[in-house]
Design a binder for this molecule. Sequence first.
Ligand SMILES: [Zn+2]
Length: 119
Amino acid sequence: MTKLKDAKPGDILRYRSRPRNKDEILCHNHVLFDGFRYFVARRGGHWRVCPCGWQPPSGWDGVHYARAAHVKWRHKVKKDPKIYERKWKKYLRRLPKVARQIFEQQRRAYQQAGRKGGQ
Ligand SMILES: [Zn+2]
């Protein structure tokens, strides 16, 4: 893992962890394409404040960040929740069956994490 002093702005420092100082930010990836993961990155780079309401299992009362593409997507879903289902169905049709099952599991885990976050 990259140490904070060696990291460039936006670099990932640790997975499944929380920020320890003001140079570190809490981030998650774009669940729709990579499966859900969260991590700590050095402040800066391409990370944008994410509105999705997620919290890590240990709780977190500050903002968290995600890639700009994910943040844009979450703002769209907030306006029209139905596009979330439509996009998933379209995406899953292109995958082999075993991959579809894995993605469905990850999606449920993500939605449960979101509910715990008080969405
Ligand atoms: Zn988020």
